[in-house]
Design a protein around this ligand. Structure first.
Ligand code: URA
Length: 233
């Protein structure tokens, strides 16, 4: 058993003083009951939350996954392998979910967390968090595509995308930056240009850069610099 304020401070997210203050402010709960007593003793098995976010043995969890093709970005889908199936036993049952979605055949950076408020902030359409993708197409990319993306591509359904940036790497590959996240957005943008996407990989999400040393399907906890980055968005 250890004190509640000590348990919170052990996550590294708050100092002992900040932990005492947030507990007194009624933001912490033990087994679903608000607890305003920093000295309250809690055991390993007690479910502790702050602002409704579970504080597991290692605090709230923030993982960077290099998503492989062939898995879906949801927590459960009948007949499908999900990104959660890629996680080890220690990350099961902590309420982790993907912050955002990548299509089943899209690879690359996906943030997995059980911090609902943070995910909500990062995904809010108002914040226009940048997303950067590497893509390959069937067809030849050219300067007209660069300009069309800069101006805002009009999708098949008539929606005009926010201006983005297309940086050509070869006639069939590019990096694209978008500032919104509509359903199948990149594929629909390139389809509207008559150059269907044949490969798509997300390489950046806001301040998070894909760690290219992570093999496909592998994940790791965010480091302090990355955590600071996502909390300052
Ligand atoms: N745009 C797409 O078309 N697919 C993705 O997975 C992400 C962005």
């Amino acid at each position: 058993m250890e004190r509640l304020d000590k348990r919170l401070a052990a996550t590294g997210k708050w100092s002992r003083k900040e932990a005492r203050e947030l507990i007194r402010a009624g933001r912490a709960a033990v087994d679903g009951q608000v607890c305003r007593t920093p000295e309250q003793k809690v055991g390993e098995e007690d479910a502790v939350t702050v602002d409704g976010v579970p504080i597991g043995p290692q605090g709230p969890v923030y993982l960077m996954l290099n998503k492989p093709a062939g898995v879906v970005s949801s927590t459960a889908e009948p007949g499908e392998r999900t990104v959660l199936d890629l996680l080890g036993e220690e990350y099961q049952n902590l309420g982790i979910f993907p912050a955002g979605r990548l299509d089943k055949d899209t690879e690359g950076l996906l943030l997995l967390t059980n911090d609902g408020p943070l995910a909500h902030r990062l995904l809010s359409p108002k914040r226009h968090v940048d997303k950067v993708y590497y893509l390959e197409v069937d067809g030849a990319l050219d300067q007209d595509d660069v300009e069309a993306v800069r101006a805002g591509v009009v999708l098949g359904d008539g929606y005009t995308c926010l201006p983005g940036e297309l940086e050509l790497l070869s006639s069939q590959s590019a990096r694209i930056t978008i500032h919104e996240g509509k359903y199948h957005q990149i594929k629909r943008m390139l389809a509207a240009r008559g150059k269907p996407v044949t490969y798509l990989k997300r390489v950046r999400f806001g301040p998070l850069e894909l760690d290219e040393s992570l093999p496909k399907g592998a994940y790791r906890q965010l480091n302090d610099r990355e955590l600071k980055g996502i909390f300052s968005q």
